[in-house]
Write a protein that binds this ligand. Structure first.
Ligand SMILES: [Zn+2]
Length: 419
């Protein structure tokens, strides 16, 4: 864990007196005040190099700062450490029995999220942990397919080796479509879809929040905005999801199926949901080979089985009205895509058959695929179907194009972006 001193909070009884010292006597600059209405406090930041002092002034007699000053007099109130991944830090502290005031990050000043550690666990010091957030969450995109509303969610982005993502395609060709970072990795979205129809369904769930710092680094996770945020933005609580449907059970699709509870025990994340997967895929995940062991992670799946919430389907079937699954094979033996059909319209969640728009050419097939020739023949037929019948395709891993129509003009295929 890396933590940087962000600021030191000082409770002030009389702001004028405080300014006489910090501003006038020390000659420090005081920034414009920021009012934190929920805490009934006004904060005056005093930059001091890479960190700062925060003068805290109560704005009402029942403010926590007023009570603090009343009890202990003005003075040192808290120390704030900045961390990269607040959620991971809280998990780590919980695992070590540290007493927390906030079990979950909550909104702080200037778009940050914060959580307080109890002074009893921090040698009498009130410690605030803070994570800076990117300026704004990505907007939620919604598609209407007849009576079905599809909300394109986000579990953030991750990076995979570019060579592995394009199989036999040479780098000079693929790097024009997806430019690699200094470790040859390319950026990919994790885009679960919420289906609102006769029931509320989630298709896939991203990688979730259980990665160690080491794996987070290997996959370069960018998850400041993740599934939890986008579900909240869509107005959906985890308890309101009836069905969680898996395209397959690789970690970037099923990692978000489970989550640790407040005691750190990993449980089904959507407490009321039935989790629907293909039987063959489930069995393969339960008996991984040397080649699949790194992606079928027991913590994503076993808690579901233990809770008795797994429902296995043996073949192509309708999961709820307007939603049916179809086996593609190729990527894994039982990988499936999801047809969303209503009012004469069809959208298809193709999962790892067409992970990104860059995979549109038939032979641009992932090196991860266990049966690439099966991918090739299924993809060839499906592309023809998608063009002829004007299916709206949802690209689960494309970082910029979430959905579009595949068009063909003068023998050339391209994606007409819709979302
Ligand atoms: Zn994937």
């Amino acid at each position: 864990m890396k933590a940087v001193l962000d600021h030191v909070g000082i409770a002030v009884r009389d702001l004028k007196e405080a300014l006489a010292f910090f501003r006038d006597a020390l000659g420090l600059e005081v920034e414009a005040a920021e009012e934190v209405a929920s805490q009934r406090v006004r904060a005056h930041f005093v930059p001091t190099g890479s960190s700062s002092l925060e003068l805290l002034e109560a704005t009402a007699p029942d403010s926590p700062i007023a009570r603090f000053v009343e009890r202990r007099g003005p003075g040192l109130h808290h120390v704030t450490l900045r961390v990269d991944d607040l959620r991971a830090v809280l998990r780590q502290l919980r695992a070590r029995g540290v007493k927390l005031i906030d079990e979950e990050p909550r909104p702080g000043a200037a778009g940050s999220v914060v959580a307080f550690v109890h002074p009893a666990s921090a040698h009498g010091v009130l410690v605030e942990l803070k994570q800076l957030m990117p300026p704004a969450p990505p907007p939620l995109k919604t598609l209407q397919v007849g009576d079905l509303e599809l909300v394109l969610l986000s579990d953030g982005c991750f990076y995979l080796d570019g060579g592995a993502m394009f199989g036999v395609i040479p780098k000079p060709l693929w790097e024009k479509k997806a430019s690699p970072d200094d470790r040859n990795r390319i950026r990919m979205a994790m885009r679960p879809v919420l289906v609102r129809g006769s029931r509320t369904m989630l298709i896939d769930a991203g990688c979730g929040d259980k990665f160690s710092p080491k794996l987070s680094e290997i996959y370069r996770l960018e998850r400041e905005w993740n599934l939890q945020h986008s579900l909240a933005a869509a107005g959906v609580s985890p308890e309101s999801i009836d069905i969680v449907l898996a395209s397959h059970l690789h970690f970037d699709h099923g990692g978000g199926f489970t989550a640790p509870d407040t005691r750190g025990i990993v449980r089904p994340r959507f407490s009321r949901a039935q989790y629907v997967a293909r039987r063959g895929e489930w069995e393969d995940a339960m008996h991984p080979t040397e080649r699949t062991r790194a992606t079928y992670l027991p913590e994503n799946l076993l808690p579901l089985a233990e809770a008795g919430v797994v429902q296995l389907v043996d073949e192509d079937a309708t999961i709820m009205p307007g939603v049916r699954v179809r086996r593609t094979g190729g990527h894994t033996a039982h990988h499936q895509m999801v047809y969303l059909e209503s009012g004469g319209k069809t959208a298809v969640f193709t999962a790892d058959l067409l992970p990104m728009t860059a995979h549109l050419p038939e032979v641009w097939i992932m090196g991860y695929d266990l049966y690439p020739l099966e991918t090739l023949s299924f993809k060839r037929a499906f592309l023809r179907e998608a063009i002829e019948r004007e299916h709206l395709i949802i690209f689960e891993h494309d970082p910029t194009i979430a959905a579009g129509y595949i068009r063909e003009r003068d023998g050339k295929r391209y994606v007409e972006q819709v979302a």
